[in-house]
Write a protein that binds this ligand. Structure first.
Ligand SMILES: [Zn+2]
Length: 404
């Protein structure tokens, strides 16, 4: 065997071993050999090197089957690498530093408008945010293995080109290159919903599952589809525009120009819009304010405002219709719903579950679990960080380093 291919085999074996440890949390060498199909000797050799490199460590636990005996398990060293995740939205930039398990070490949310601003201006703000987070996390820039950017829009993650985004104005140099140049650290860019999907696949509800869907409810309704363990991108890499599936042809106007899209009912933007209309019609006795917040509408509905409750019930029904169709097609193990919209809780998700049950064949319905995530405001930035972590796990760690 030539040296090059021997190295490659070792790298592939190493990836499978690290992956087995990541999925299990803590696992014995014997179990790793069984899961990966590698010999005990190979597992022993590779894990010995990973321990020396400080990527994993030995953890002793009680052996339940043999009292008094200890079992030695292997676990990832969370501080083996750090990455930065950045999420851009129209009125906010969020940054987070995470460890190798996507646990957030520090984060910052900057309430700034990015829409229609020049790309260089946006890059300046991102740079500030990243430097702040790194210093808060008490680490050095040289310890950062990569930067991940998550943005709404059509992004080709392989080339790093953003075809379209509702945010900043494009310049001569793409945003990804601007950030990479400023920090001299490898930078990746991806559609924001895809980054959240990756985070679930690698570290969250989708860990170890091959078929699942992620729905994000924010100003828009986004979707990530994982089929056979792979993120589904479609022919032009812009698949899963779930928010613009029409569920009511004569329905409400959507921002995309069509009528009756899911987004026209279930997005935070649309719910706020309907709540404002309820004020105008005298159906909700509340002062008309231009900056009405989503939480205010949720609280009022929870405290018994019937007309507001109907808005959420409707949103859940239309979202459920769309998801029932996807369950019929994809037969996912899980549907994970996340984003700020989950704050609506039962107001929206009771009708969603009811509609899905009504429109799905029982065998398919029973095979799918619907998981409503608890919202954390670092989720998006954590998702962007996972973009880099995914690359880290795939490639041997010692190869990922700042580009000079
Ligand atoms: Zn639409």
């Amino acid at each position: 065997m030539v040296a090059a291919s021997r190295d490659l085999v070792r790298e592939i074996n190493q990836f499978h071993i690290l992956n087995a440890i990541r999925i299990a949390g803590a696992i014995s060498r014997v179990e790793i050999a069984r899961i990966t199909g590698q010999s005990r000797a190979t597992v022993t050799n590779i894990t010995a090197r990973l321990i020396v490199e400080n990527l994993i460590y030995e953890k002793e636990t009680e052996d339940r089957s043999r009292r008094g005996r200890k079992r030695v398990l292997l676990a990832l060293n969370p501080d083996a690498a750090y990455v930065v995740g950045v999420k851009l939205s129209a009125y906010r930039i969020s940054c987070a530093v995470t460890d190798i398990q996507a646990d957030v070490k520090s984060s910052v949310n900057m309430p700034v408008r990015t829409s229609e601003r020049p790309v260089k201006f946006v890059a300046d703000l991102i740079e500030e945010g990243i430097r702040h987070c790194i210093s808060e996390a008490r680490i050095d820039l040289s310890q950062v293995s990569g930067i991940g950017l998550g943005i709404p829009g059509f992004v080709d993650s392989r080339s790093g080109v953003c075809f379209w985004t509702p945010l900043y104005q494009k310049g001569d140099v793409p945003l990804k290159d601007l950030i990479q140049k400023r920090f001299q650290i490898e930078t990746l860019i991806e559609n924001d919903t895809n980054t959240v999907t990756l985070a679930h696949q690698w570290f969250g509800e989708g860990k170890g599952i091959d078929n699942f869907l992620v729905v994000t409810i924010e100003d828009g309704v986004g979707m990530g589809i994982v089929v056979n363990g792979q993120l589904y991108r479609g022919a032009r890499g812009i698949a899963a525009e779930f928010g613009h599936v029409v569920v009511d042809p004569n329905g409400r106007d959507c921002r995309c120009g069509k009528k009756g899209c899911i987004e026209a009912y279930a997005s935070n933007f649309s719910i706020l819009d309907e709540a404002q209309a309820a004020i105008d019609k005298g159906e909700w006795h509340h002062e008309r304010v231009p900056d009405l917040r989503f939480e205010e509408v949720v609280t009022a509905a929870q405290s018994g405002e019937r007309n507001l409750q109907n808005i959420f019930t409707n949103a859940g029904t239309f979202l459920g219709m769309g998801l029932a169709g996807l369950i019929q097609i994809f037969n996912p193990t899980k549907i994970i719903i996340s984003g700020e919209g989950v704050r609506a809780g039962n107001l929206m998700f009771q009708s969603l579950r009811r509609t899905i049950r009504l429109h799905t064949n029982p065998a398919l319905y029973d095979a799918s679990e619907i998981v409503i995530q608890k919202w954390r405001d670092t989720d998006w930035a954590r998702g962007a960080a996972s973009l880099v972590l995914q690359e880290l796990y795939k490639s041997p760690f010692n190869r990922v380093r700042p580009i000079i």
